[in-house]
Design a protein around this ligand. Structure first.
Ligand code: DAH
Length: 369
């Protein structure tokens, strides 16, 4: 009996001091495994006299249970310690500031596009895309700009080598030579969207556009964002509400004056240009209430001919469209004075006007000046 008590103390101690799960498993095998010490003693019970066997059996069972319980207790403690150690090793202090080595900056054009997408995205618009290299049909004809239309000259189109882009026979509108050109506006994405999907449609299309023009306020490549809504009930009131809301959200000025001035575009009827309020007192341009106006975009109700050219029944469907220059509204919002600097890839400029990539675009930043 004394021996058995020692045996019990020995294995319980061994369990309690095992420092790893693996060491504990060795203890279990040594005591309770098939060839373990306690198991061997239990096997030996058969050789004892019945009275002795009963007593020793009961005692051994008790020892076995105590050792098993000690092993379980230790196992639970070791597992918990292992999890604690892992948690401690993987701990992240989320209150630490962002690492200072984030050196890159987002170009103001990317930032502005993100902001535009965010605002229209919340209004339920989807982002659509089209190719930079377009054909005459999508860039002009389908937008109700037939061959010889003066708007074609105004667009200073870059034609791709080997193609004139003009119709094969100028006196026969619609007959084209399949010319390729760099799109002069994002409006062809309207056409591609209407050709590819059925109304209701609600898309914006930001992207690059090209015109053979270069001076203080023009670069051969620039960016526009197009918008298109087509369904059965949309009217001019929706166009106005949508664009007023956009202007106020983009510039972060809740009471920004916005006015619609009659204008002309071949692909919309009626057409309008949108001005926002500003003041130019003391030669300094300030967006917001003032006694002056600044033009920022073109818009209108989609011309029935454009719908028909895309196979949409203009008696049933109608909608509105708009287009604006991204550089222009970025310059106004972020106080960037010179258009050409956008494309000079000057790192000092980018450090000054660029945005930290980890800063999410939002509707407020840049508005409080
Ligand atoms: N495509 C025009 C341009 O480049 C801008 C524009 C005006 C787009 C009116 C539109 C619109 O969708 O409705 O100058």
């Amino acid at each position: 009996m004394e021996n058995l008590e020692e045996l019990k103390v020995k294995w319980i101690e061994a369990s309690a001091t095992a420092s790893t799960i693996a060491a504990l498993e060795e203890v279990r095998v040594g005591a309770l495994g098939k060839k373990g010490e306690i198991s061997a003693l239990m096997k030996g019970l058969g050789g004892l006299a019945p009275d002795e066997r009963r007593e020793a059996g009961a005692r051994l069972n008790e020892i076995k249970d105590s050792v098993a319980a000690a092993i379980e207790t230790r196992k639970a403690a070791l597992s918990e310690a292992a999890i604690e150690a892992q948690l401690a090793a993987e701990r992240i202090d989320v209150t630490l500031p962002v690492r200072p080595e984030a050196e890159g900056r987002l170009h103001p054009i990317s930032q502005t596009m993100d902001e535009i997408v965010l605002i229209f995205g919340e209004m339920g618009f989807q982002v659509a895309e089209g190719p930079d290299i377009e054909d005459d049909f999508h860039n002009f004809t389908a937008l109700n700009i037939p061959p010889n239309h003066p708007a074609r000259q105004m667009h200073d189109t870059f034609y791709l080598a080997g193609a004139t882009g003009r119709p094969a026979n100028p006196s026969s509108p619609g007959e084209e030579d399949g010319a390729r050109l760099l799109r002069t506006h994002t409006s062809p994405v309207q056409i591609r969207t209407m050709q590819a999907s059925k109304p209701p449609l609600r898309i914006i299309a930001p992207g690059r556009t090209y015109r053979c023009d270069s001076d203080m306020t023009h670069t051969p490549m620039f960016h526009q964002v197009e918008g298109l809504v087509v369904d059965e009930t949309t009217h001019m009131g929706h166009l106005k509400g949508c664009l007023i809301e956009f202007c106020r959200a983009f510039f972060g000025i809740a009471d920004l004056p916005v006015r619609f001035r009659p204008s002309f575009f071949p692909f919309t009827e009626p057409s309008a240009e949108v001005d926002i309020g500003c003041s130019r007192k003391g030669g300094e341009l300030k967006i917001g209430a003032g006694d002056d106006w600044l033009e920022i975009l073109g818009c209108g109700m989609v011309h029935p001919k454009v719908l028909e050219m895309c196979g949409i029944d203009s008696a049933r469907y109608q909608g509105f469209a708009f287009g604006m220059g991204i550089e222009r509204i970025a310059m106004l919002k972020y106080g960037i004075p010179d258009l050409r600097t956008f494309f000079e890839a000057d790192l000092r400029w980018l450090r000054h006007y660029g945005f930290l990539p980890l800063d999410m675009p939002n509707l407020v930043r840049g508005a409080m000046r």
